[in-house]
Design a protein around this ligand. Structure first.
Ligand code: AVJ
Length: 329
């Protein structure tokens, strides 16, 4: 296959970047390759090249979640804005697509603030800058933090309304079920007196799921393989990208799409001086993308302390957006 992105043709023998043997990525990759089954957190997909590939995934004809969720947010923005009330503050978990949050902000009654929470300060600073330019009256307050850990948010601005958490894209599906519930429990606490607007992808015909994660253009394959390209670029690893293939399939008993990188032959890879052997057919598991039922998501939210409110879905029931009321102050 011809590489889709220049990132994938990164020359293995000419690493131009410093090698960060002591980075989180190096440590997590080495640990992930040392356990069985081998796995690595999907958060490492999103370097500059990976984020660009993800943006392309969102525009693919087979990848229904983004456009379905955006249509739901646009269609119900009035109702969402009425529930949020005047002067609401939006707290976004992950500095995601500015496009989605603008669908909300543009419909809301004098939103008081936007607080994106992201581990990458760089990505967020860029997003915050762009949003400040587009909405000069909005208080944009980025928070550099890992939102899967305990959260401490800045106090609400004087005269502001309720705090509305925003977690779109079904990113919650990347968590294991117990982690998802733990995240919701933390969110219910930080959003006390407010609510969470949550995007959740729904269980459906496995053929549709298969197509969404095995697009004809091979962008999802390139996105998956970029993890290895990133290890070559950043860590000076020597993954042979032509010797690994993308594999994505729906695991029905677990209600999740799994992505793996499959070794096409017996091979050895060097990462920061440590050698890792792969057998033919051995995989590195790179992502879980859990799918939900509407009732299942509402039940999980209720266990985490939310009171489930309205839920919006498309006629084909591909995707869902949930209003979850946080406990009172
Ligand atoms: C950003 C985690 C929601 O699981 O669908 C897209 C990432 N992976 N194609 C998803 C992804 C492969 C996406 N999330």
């Amino acid at each position: 296959m011809t590489p889709l992105h220049p990132a994938l043709s990164a020359n293995r023998s000419h690493a131009t970047h410093p090698r960060h043997a002591d980075s989180d990525f190096a440590r997590d990759l080495q640990a992930g390759l040392s356990r069985r089954p081998r796995s690595i957190s999907p958060k490492y997909f999103y370097d500059t090249a990976g984020s660009a590939l993800f943006d392309r995934i969102c525009a693919l004809p087979e990848y229904y979640p983004t456009r379905t969720e955006c249509a739901l947010l646009a269609r119900h923005a009035g109702e969402i804005s009425a529930l949020a009330g005047p002067r609401a503050e939006i707290v976004e978990f992950g500095a995601g697509s500015l496009y989605k949050v603008r669908l909300l902000l543009d419909a809301m009654d004098r939103p008081a603030g936007y607080l994106p929470i992201d581990i990458s300060g760089e990505h967020m600073t860029a997003a915050a800058h762009e949003l400040r330019r587009a909405c000069p009256h909005l208080e944009v307050q980025p928070v550099v933090a890992d939102y899967t850990q305990r959260l401490l948010l800045p106090a609400s601005a004087a005269g502001s309304g309720q705090r509305l958490g925003f977690f779109p894209g079904s990113t919650i599906g990347n968590f294991a079920p117990e982690e998802a519930e733990r995240f919701l429990r933390l969110a219910a606490q930080v959003l006390r007196g407010g609510a969470l607007l949550l995007g959740a992808d729904l269980v459906k015909d496995p053929a549709l799921l298969h197509a969404a994660y095995n697009d004809a253009e091979g962008v999802t394959a390139a996105f998956n393989l970029n993890l290895l390209a990133r290890a070559n670029r950043e860590l000076g690893a020597d993954f042979d990208l032509s010797a690994f293939t993308h594999s994505a399939f729906y695991n029905a008993p677990y209600q999740r799409v799994e992505m793996h990188l499959v070794s096409q032959r017996r091979q050895q890879v060097d990462i920061c001086g440590e050698a890792f052997a792969f057998n033919e057919g051995e995989t590195l598991h790179t992502e879980h993308s859990h799918k939900f039922t509407i009732d299942g998501m509402r039940a999980m939210a209720a266990r985490a302390g939310f009171r489930p409110g309205p839920v919006w879905t498309d006629p084909e029931r591909l995707f869902s957006v949930h209003w979850l009321q946080a406990p009172a102050d």
